[in-house]
Design a protein around this ligand. Sequence first.
Ligand SMILES: [Zn+2]
Length: 245
Amino acid sequence: MQIQILGTGSGMPSPELNASCVLVKTDIMTFLWDAGEGCSRSLLNVQIPKNELDAVLITHLHPDHISGIFMLIQMLYLQGREKALKLYLPEREAEFHQMLQFFYIFPRRFDFDLQILPLSKVSEDFPEISICKNDHLWGYQDLIESHKLPNQLGAFSLKLSSPKGDFVYSSDLHTTDSIADFVRGAHTLLVDAGHPELQQIQKLREYGLKRILLTHECRPETRKWLGENPDSRYQEAIQGHKYVI
Ligand SMILES: [Zn+2]
């Protein structure tokens, strides 16, 4: 498989870095994992044909992971896409339909079938993909409960399995402990190194990983530790670079 990280930025906009977005290709499938701001332009830059994407998976609803989805849908409509597109959301699919209407995006006018589906069902359509709920949004629990808000705290890590090795994308998380079993034995992990503390990034050495790509803008202490203790398994993810398993 080929992994191209189209956005290595964090929730804070940056002049150089795009928001979270990963293009994952196998011999027969092409997926977009997260659709942060600028993802449409990135797809144009890497010359993805209008009918190539099979599915878009959104790990959680923070803007740096989903803000590009409306322009992506609009682009595919204007390009005249014909092939059905599956869009997997971590929660609240019905409200997403309303948001499309809010933006004057009407799927009934499309030449393609936009299928909005719960991320919890992705393995039924793509058995090589599995998901793991992580602890990224747990800090909102008290606020959501006390105000009786409809948010469901859906934040997920994703895995694509292949005979040559598995690729895991942590997406954002509070601790790597929350996905330890999910990550163990994978070939490549693309991990949020902006939220977890240094010790949580160090623990990843114990999981038998061959490559640990740090994204979402490294914490300064993590970058310092890596500079002082080089370990060939750890690399800062390079935006635009293609990684192969
Ligand atoms: Zn994020």
